[in-house]
Design a protein around this ligand. Structure first.
Ligand code: FAD
Length: 391
C-alpha cells in the first residue's frame, strides 16, 4: 500500500464513508481505514432513520430496508398508549445496517476511495508547524506510518482522534446515553409502528424502543442517561421488560454502546484535521438518532476537504467553513433539540402520565408529532418556538 495520501479517513461507519466519498469526488486520493474486519458489523444501532433525510443524501436501495414506518405509539409509565400517525415527511425506515454500511463504503470505493479493514489507527503524526499530517496505524497486522494532507476522524462515539489532535472531546455524564439492545424474534408486532416506552420505570432519563424489522422480529433496546446509571444496569431493565412483555421470544443477539446526546463539539476542525459523525457529536440529542445526521455531516466535511485539497490549504481557518455549514444545516436545530431534551429530563413519571392523557384526548386523526411536543413543553412556553422550528 502506498504511504502518501491526500486524505485519510479513520473509521468506516456512515459518516466516514460519506466523508470519504465526497472528498474523493474531485479526484483526491483517499484512504479509509476501519478497525473491524467487516464494514457494518457488529451492528450497534436501532437502525431507525427518517426517509426524507436519508433520501436527500443517497439514492435509497430497497435491500437496505427491513421495515417502513408510518406510525408511532408512545406508552407512558401508567400504560396510557398514545398512537400518532406520521405525516408523509415523517415516515421512516428500519434499516439493515450490515448491508447499508457496507454499501456506503462500496459507493465510496466506486468513487475512487481505497478501503482497508482490520486497520486500527492508534496515533497521529504532526508537521513541525503543528499540522496533523498523517496517522500511525496497524494495517492487517503490520505497523505503518501513513502521510496525508488531511485526516478525517470518523471513529465514532469512543473517538480518540479528536483528542490526539488536541480537540476537547470529553463528555458530561448527562450528555451520554448508555444503551443496550436485543434483536428479538417470535413476537407479534405491527411492522409499521415504532413503539416508545417512556419514564423511569422503563429507562431513567431515556426511553425504551421497539423498532420492527418485520411482523415477528424487532430491535428492542433502551438508553439510560449517564448520570442516572445508579438506578440500575441497562441490561437489567431490558431483561425485565422482555420477560414481562415477550416471555416466549427468542433473543438473537445483544449489543451495547454509548450514544452522545450532546450539542456538536465547539471545535470540530483543526490544522490538517476534521471530525465527523459521532466523533464530532452530531447525533440528534433528543432522539439519539445519528445515522442520517452523521451522513449529512460527513458529506459536508468531504465537500470542504475536497476544496481544501484543490486549494492546497489545510488550515483550520479554511476547514472551518465545514463547521459553519454544519451549524446552518443541522447543528443549530440540534441546539434546539438539546434544550427540549433537557426540559423533558425534568419531567416526572406523573408528568408523563398527565401528558399522555392530554394527548389521548385529541382525536386520533388530529394528532401529530408537533402537537405531542407542544403539549410536552406546555409548562415551559419559552420552548414552544423551539418545538415549532425543530418539528
Ligand atoms: C444501541 C444503539 C442504538 C442506536 N440506534 C440508532 C437508531 O435507531 N437510529 C440512528 O440514526 N442512530 C442510532 N444510534 C446511533 C448511531 O449508531 C450512530 O450515531 C452512527 O452509527 C454514527 O455513525 P458514525 O459513522 O459517526 O460512527 P460509527 O457508525 O460508530 O462508525 C465508527 C467506525 O469507526 C471505527 N473505528 C473506531 N476507532 C477506530 C480506529 N482507531 N481506527 C480505525 N477504525 C476505528 C469503528 O469500528 C466504526 O466502524 C444508535 C446507537 C446505539 C449505540
Amino acid at each position: 500500500m502506498k504511504s502518501n495520501w491526500d486524505v485519510i479517513v479513520v473509521g468506516g461507519g456512515p459518516a466516514g464513508s460519506m466523508a470519504a466519498w465526497n472528498s474523493a469526488k474531485d479526484g483526491a486520493s483517499v484512504l479509509m481505514l476501519e478497525k473491524d474486519r467487516e464494514i457494518g458489523a457488529p451492528v450497534r444501532c436501532g437502525e431507525g432513520v427518517g426517509e426524507v433525510g436519508l433520501s436527500n443524501i443517497v439514492k435509497i436501495d430497497k435491500r437496505w430496508i427491513k421495515a417502513k414506518i408510518d406510525k408511532m405509539n408512545i406508552i407512558s409509565p401508567d400504560n396510557t398508549s398514545v398512537k400518532v400517525n406520521f405525516k408523509e415527511k415523517e415516515h421512516g425506515y428500519i434499516l439493515d445496517r450490515r448491508i447499508f454500511d457496507n454499501d456506503l463504503a462500496l459507493l465510496a470505493s466506486q468513487a475512487g476511495v481505497t478501503v482497508k479493514t482490520k486497520s486500527y489507527v492508534h496515533g497521529l503524526t504532526f508537521s513541525n508547524d503543528g499540522f496533523v499530517n498523517g496517522v500511525k496505524a496497524n494495517v492487517l497486522g503490520k505497523d505503518v506510518k501513513l502521510n496525508s494532507k488531511i485526516v478525517i476522524g470518523a471513529d465514532g462515539v469512543e473517538s480518540r482522534i479528536g483528542r490526539f489532535a488536541g480537540l476537547k472531546t470529553a463528555f458530561n455524564m448527562c450528555d451520554i446515553g448508555s444503551c443496550v439492545q436485543a434483536v428479538v424474534s417470535g413476537i407479534d408486532i405491527d411492522p409499521n409502528t415504532m413503539q416508545f416506552y417512556v419514564g423511569d420505570k422503563y429507562s431513567p432519563g431515556g426511553y425504551l424502543w421497539i423498532f420492527p424489522k418485520g411482523k415477528d422480529i424487532a430491535n428492542i433496546g433502551l438508553g439510560i442517561l449517564g448520570d442516572r446509571c445508579n438506578s440500575g444496569r441497562p441490561k437489567d431493565f431490558l431483561d425485565k421488560f422482555l420477560s414481562k412483555h415477550y416471555p416466549n421470544s427468542s433473543i438473537l443477539n445483544y449489543t451495547a454502546g454509548g450514544v452522545p446526546l450532546a450539542k456538536t463539539l465547539d471545535k470540530i476542525v483543526t490544522d490538517g484535521l476534521v471530525l465527523v459523525g459521532d466523533a464530532a457529536r452530531t447525533v440528534n440529542p433528543l432522539s439519539g438518532g445519528g445515522v442520517v445526521s452523521g451522513m449529512n455531516n460527513g458529506r459536508l466535511a468531504g465537500i470542504r476537504v475536497a476544496e481544501a485539497i484543490k486549494e492546497n490549504n489545510f488550515s483550520k481557518e479554511f476547514l472551518k467553513k465545514y463547521s459553519d455549514n454544519w451549524h446552518k444545516a443541522d447543528g443549530k436545530n440540534h441546539e434546539r433539540l438539546y434544550k427540549i431534551k433537557n426540559f423533558i429530563l425534568s419531567l416526572t413519571d406523573d408528568d408523563l402520565n398527565h401528558i399522555a392523557k392530554k394527548v389521548s384526548a385529541i382525536p386520533f386523526e388530529k394528532r401529530s408529532v408537533l402537537k405531542v411536543f407542544k403539549i410536552v413543553v406546555w409548562r415551559k412556553p419559552s420552548l414552544i418556538l423551539d418545538v415549532i422550528k425543530a418539528f
